[in-house]
Design a protein. Sequence first.
Length: 284
Amino acid sequence: MPRIDYFTEANSVEAVNARMGEATDPRLREVMAALVRHLHDFVKEVGLTQREWEAAIDFLTRTGQLCDAERQEFILLSDTLGVSMLVDAIAHRRPAGATENTVFGPFHVDGAPELPMGSCISLDGKGESCRYTGRVLDLEGRPLAGARLDVWSDNSEGFYDVQQPGRQPKWNNRGVFVTGPDGRYDFVGIKPVSYPIPDDGPVGKMLARLGRHPWRPAHMHFLITHPDHERIVTHTFVSGDDYLTSDAVFGVKEALIVDYRKATAGDTTWQVDFDFVMVGARDD
Ligand code: BEZ
Ligand code: FE
């Protein structure tokens, strides 16, 4: 009769991983085996108590219960634990000079109106006006025609339109712009403000217990696509913001911090110029 290894504290990892069937997909096998190993090592390292295990189950249950089409508390958990940025960093190791990615966030909405260059996306008339200009280039510095820039930001009170339906006009501070042969983009929005991530759920409570604040530094979101290039999911951050070094979701990269300027002291509109550099699409 084959020897049966019953589960013990000492052999827990092997006992669980040995159950995987012969036909298990190799990548699934690799990921699950490592997950079980790290999970068991973690439980052993901290000596997880029964009460702590119950608290963890309760936390995860409440996190799941808050998820629906509008709210994704699990992604927020991943964001605040730095996992989203780590997965993105591994997936998008770009050559020097290429624009870096950052977190996508929960506030993008498909179907924002495509607008002519120069249009204003601020529909509520609030906030400090800002003109956003620059080019979309390839790695060799050539302008890219047909690059689609989907942009979105919060309003002057720190809320996205979808967080305040009825209070903000639909598509407030959102728009899509497509570059011509010069690769240039040009639109008017507002100088965004810093805001707290949704912190009324389990993730917010976790941050509070850890002595962490929920704030993100002010930023403008960009999703840039082009038929022959890898998409860029990024932001530009407002230089000087108080939260640049303590972003609740670890999204800040130095190269994405931009200066907001006024051409003359009397100007009412800020100006930001930033070039995006795309990498040729991979064949895989
Ligand atoms: C955002 O920038 O919109 C965002 C990113 C991650 C979590 C919450 C909000
Ligand atoms: Fe945001």
